[in-house]
Design a protein around this ligand. Structure first.
Ligand SMILES: Nc1ncnc2c1ncn2[C@@H]1O[C@H](COP(=O)(O)OP(=O)(O)OP(=O)(O)O)[C@@H](O)[C@H]1O
Length: 260
């Protein structure tokens, strides 16, 4: 499989505090790559740096074979091939679900006739099973529906690569499960590759192909879900199995900073 995203030796800081020291990994076409790690380890920071929402200290990010340096932003072609589902959903309250989903089209293709935009948006809303909410406002729909509306907006331009920051956070287990299944469905129907930040173990077990586990600014493990779940590393054993390995007593165990 080809790698459609490559992160090489990324270093990122806020002021004097370096959060990511040296991060490298790739995303293959058609795969769901998850970014894992304890709270505060820098998962969202990684996403914001890879997406070039903020400038990095060092490192190269290569999208679809095109490389961008640490201080460079993404070009418009790369942005159009990339979708983002923000943690909050970030829907505009005074726009309908359809108008929200139309925003990327208006920005990228301002001259497209409105009827054509509406047809595309109807298609995307159908894909996320939300066509019935076309004319509704965000305040009139449930949390799970808001996530699906935000997802319709994220796939408006039929991206090849979709970034999702904590997609199931704040959802009840049933709604979270249906969102996970929807992400798998979109991967299969649209062929979109994904980078998903999550700490929801149930979601991880459903959608993850491969993961990177971040620790102290480095990649502790880059592996498949199966390898992660079978790993002897105490941190990964705790993360995936929620159990304390025999060879560590409780005192040793709490020296690890991995309580989510
Ligand atoms: N805008 C910012 N300015 C300064 N420090 C920040 C900023 N955003 C995040 N941080 C710090 O960077 C570190 C990593 O934060 P980040 O949100 O990337 O972690 P995370 O792994 O996504 O956490 P969580 O799982 O809790 O969402 C934390 O110590 C956080 O306090």
């Amino acid at each position: 499989m080809d790698e459609i995203l490559k992160v090489d030796h990324l270093k990122a800081s806020y002021g004097n505090e370096t959060i990511l020291k040296d991060i490298s990994f790739g995303v293959k076409k058609g795969e769901i790559r998850m970014v894992l790690g304890s709270s505060g380890c820098g998962k969202s920071t990684l996403l914001n740096n890879v997406l070039k929402f903020i400038k990095s200290d060092e490192g190269t990010i290569t999208y679809f074979g095109k490389s961008f340096g640490p201080k460079e932003g993404l070009d418009s072609e790369t942005r159009m091939r990339t979708g983002v589902l923000f943690q909050s959903g970030a829907l505009l309250a005074d726009l309908t679900v359809a108008e929200n989903a139309m925003l990327p089209l208006k920005r990228s293709m301002p001259y497209m006739p409105k009827s054509q935009m509406e047809a595309i948006v109807a298609d995307r809303l159908e894909k996320v099973h939300l066509l019935h909410a076309f004319h509704k406002f965000p305040g009139e729909i449930s949390g799970g529906m808001k996530k699906r509306a935000a997802l319709a907006r994220a796939i408006a331009l039929k991206p090849e690569l979709l970034f999702c920051d904590e997609p199931s956070t704040g959802l009840d287990p049933v709604t979270a499960r249906s969102l996970d299944e929807l992400l798998l469905e979109l991967r299969d129907t649209l062929g979109v590759s994904m980078v998903i930040v999550s700490h929801e173990l149930e979601s991880i077990k459903i959608v993850c192909d491969r993961f990177v586990y971040l620790k102290d600014g480095y990649v502790l493990k880059d592996a498949t879900l199966k390898e992660g779940m079978e790993s002897d590393d105490p941190i990964l054993r705790h993360f995936f199995n929620r159990q304390c390995p025999k060879e560590y007593n409780a005192e040793d165990f709490y020296h690890f900073d991995f309580i989510d």
